[in-house]
Design a protein around this ligand. Structure first.
Ligand SMILES: Cc1ncc(COP(=O)(O)O)c(C=O)c1O
Length: 460
C-alpha cells in the first residue's frame, strides 16, 4: 500500500469515529452493515446525517461537497425546493392508493415529448425498468436471448446479472466473451439466454447474431458505459448497433437509467442522434424519490394492453413519487438548467485537465453532460477489460484524499463517476478543484514510485 494512502486512511478514521461505530452496530443485523452491496467499502462507509443542496453532513458533523448524489440519482441535488414543495403538498392527501390518478397522464406526456417513445409504464427502480423492457422485447419477438455488454450494469434481475464484473480467468475471447454469472443464484438457463459482447466492438455483436440466428430478442446497453468510470461509445458504434438490431429484427434497448436525465434534455437519443426502440428511465427522473419508467412504440405496449405481457407494482405511480417526478421534469430538468450544469461541467473538466497536466499524473478526464470521472489510465479506455487495469490503491488515494478535504468526488468504487446537480455552484466547482489540486501531487508521486519499483519487483 502507498504510504500516502495509509496516511489518508488514518485521517479518515480519525475524522469519522461515529460512522465506524454505526457500521459496527449495523453489521450485527444487516449483511456487510449496508442495505446495498455497492455501499460497502473498507474500512467502513461514511454514515450520513443530512443533506441540502449540493452538500451533506455525516454523523460526526463533517461537511462534504456531494458529487456522489446517491449514485447519480440526484441531478436535482438534495431537497430541491420545487420538488419539496410538490411533495409536501401531497403528504397530507394520501401517499398510496393503488388506483389511477391524473398525474399519470401529465407525467407520461412530459416523458413522451422528450424521448422517442409513444407509450410507457411507470415503476420505482431501474431494475424494474430494464427487467420489463427485456421481457417485453422477448414477448414481442418470440425470442428468448438478449445481447448485453461485458461490464455493463442493468440492475439486479437474473438476465441483467450476467458478466457485470467478471474476473480475468473467466473472460473468454474478447470477440466472444463468456457469459459469467454475477454471483450465486443466477440460473444456468439464464446464462444460456444472455449472449455477451464487447463494448465498442461491433464485430463481437455481429458474431452473436450469426451464432444465434433468429434467436436474439434485443441488444440492451447503456449508450455511455458508466459501470467502468465513464466510457464513451466510439464514432459509429451506436449507429452500427442500430443497424444490426434493425437487420436482425431485434430491439435496441437504451438503458438510460443514468443518461436519460443527466446527459441532456432529450437523453442519449438526442445527444447521439440514434433512436432506440425502447428506453428505460429511473434515478434522476424522480428528483430524489423512487420513480422509473420504460417505454416504446404503441404497437409493442399493446402487448400489455392485450394482457399478453404482465406488468404491475404496488408502488407504481404513488402520488408522492409522481408529484416529485412532475416537479423534476418541469422545474429541474429544464433546458436552462442543462445549460448551466454544462457550464459547470466544462469548468470542472478543464480544471481537472490543467491540474493533471501540471502534476504529471498519467490520467485523463472523461465527461459528458452532468457526469465525469478522473480516469487513471495512460490512454482512453474503450471497454470493460481496459477498465480492469486500473491501479486500485491509486484510485483509493484519490477518493480518500478528496473526502478528507471535504469533497466526495464521486461514489466510492472506481467504476463510478461524478454528478453535478442543478444546485451546484461556481463556488462548489472551485472547492472541488482546490481539493484536487492539493491531492494531485501525491497521486503523481505514488504513480511515479510504482513505475520505478514495478520493474524491480518484476525482476524478482
Ligand atoms: C445503467 C443502470 N441500469 C439500471 C440500474 C438499476 O437501477 P436501480 O438501482 O434503481 O434498480 C442502475 C443502477 O445503478 C444503472 O446504473
Amino acid at each position: 500500500m502507498y504510504p500516502a494512502l495509509q496516511k489518508e486512511l488514518d485521517t479518515f478514521q480519525r475524522r469519522t469515529p461515529k460512522s465506524a461505530e454505526a457500521h459496527k452496530r449495523n453489521l450485527k443485523r444487516i449483511p456487510l452493515g449496508v442495505a446495498s452491496n455497492y455501499r460497502a467499502y473498507d474500512p467502513y462507509p461514511i454514515f450520513v446525517k443530512e443533506g441540502n443542496g449540493s452538500h451533506f453532513r455525516d454523523l460526526d458533523g463533517n461537511d462534504y461537497l456531494d458529487h456522489n448524489l446517491c449514485f447519480g440519482a440526484l441531478m436535482a441535488g438534495h431537497c430541491h425546493p420545487a420538488v419539496m414543495k410538490a411533495v409536501g403538498s401531497r403528504l397530507h392527501t394520501g401517499t398510496m392508493f393503488g388506483m389511477p390518478h391524473d398525474m399519470e397522464w401529465e407525467l407520461a406526456e412530459e416523458i413522451c415529448q422528450r424521448f422517442p417513445i409513444e407509450m410507457l409504464r411507470f415503476g420505482s427502480s431501474g431494475t424494474e425498468a430494464t427487467m420489463h423492457a427485456v421481457r417485453l422485447a422477448r414477448a414481442a419477438t418470440g425470442r428468448d436471448k438478449i445481447i448485453k455488454f461485458e461490464g455493463a450494469y442493468h440492475g439486479l434481475h437474473d438476465s441483467a446479472l450476467v458478466s457485470v464484473k467478471p474476473h480475468a480467468p473467466d473472460f473468454g475471447e474478447v470477440a466472444a466473451p463468456t457469459s459469467v454469472p454475477g454471483g450465486l443464484g443466477v440460473p444456468k438457463a439464464t446464462l444460456a439466454n444472455v449472449a455477451v459482447a464487447t463494448f465498442n466492438d461491433l464485430a463481437s455483436v455481429e458474431l452473436r447474431f450469426k451464432q444465434n440466428p433468429g434467436e436474439i430478442a434485443a441488444i440492451i446497453l447503456e449508450p455511455i458505459l458508466m459501470n467502468v468510470g465513464l466510457c464513451m461509445p466510439e464514432a459509429g458504434f451506436l449507429e452500427g448497433l442500430r443497424d444490426l438490431a434493425t437487420r436482425n429484427a431485434a430491439f435496441l434497448i437504451f438503458d438510460e437509467v443514468k443518461t436519460g436525465a443527466k446527459l441532456g434534455w432529450g437523453g442519449a437519443s438526442e445527444y447521439f442522434g440514434v433512436k432506440p426502440d425502447m428506453i428505460c428511465l429511473a434515478k434522476s427522473i424522480g428528483g430524489g424519490f423512487p420513480l422509473a419508467a420504460f417505454g416504446t412504440h404503441k404497437s409493442v405496449m399493446d402487448l400489455i394492453s392485450q394482457h399478453k405481457v404482465f406488468h404491475g407494482g404496488t408502488y407504481n405511480t404513488n402520488p408522492v413519487s409522481m408529484a416529485a417526478g412532475l416537479a423534476t421534469f418541469r422545474e429541474v430538468l429544464t433546458r436552462e438548467n442543462y445549460r448551466s450544469v454544462e457550464k459547470l461541467s466544462q469548468k470542472l473538466t478543464q480544471g481537472y485537465r490543467s491540474i493533471v497536466r501540471k502534476s504529471g499524473l498519467q490520467a485523463y478526464i472523461a465527461s459528458a453532460g452532468a457526469n465525469g470521472a478522473l480516469m487513471l489510465y495512460p490512454k482512453e479506455i474503450s471497454n470493460y477489460r481496459d477498465w480492469t487495469t486500473i491501479d486500485i490503491d491509486l484510485w483509493r488515494l484519490y477518493w480518500f484524499g478528496m473526502v478528507n478535504r471535504g469533497v466526495m468526488p464521486q461514489p466510492y468504487w472506481w467504476d463510478e463517476q461524478w454528478t453535478i446537480s442543478v444546485q451546484h455552484t461556481d463556488a462548489d466547482i472551485a472547492q472541488h478543484l482546490a481539493a484536487f489540486e492539493d491531492v494531485a501531487p501525491a497521486l503523481a508521486k505514488a504513480q511515479q514510485e510504482r513505475a520505478e519499483t514495478a520493474p524491480v519487483l518484476a525482476a524478482h
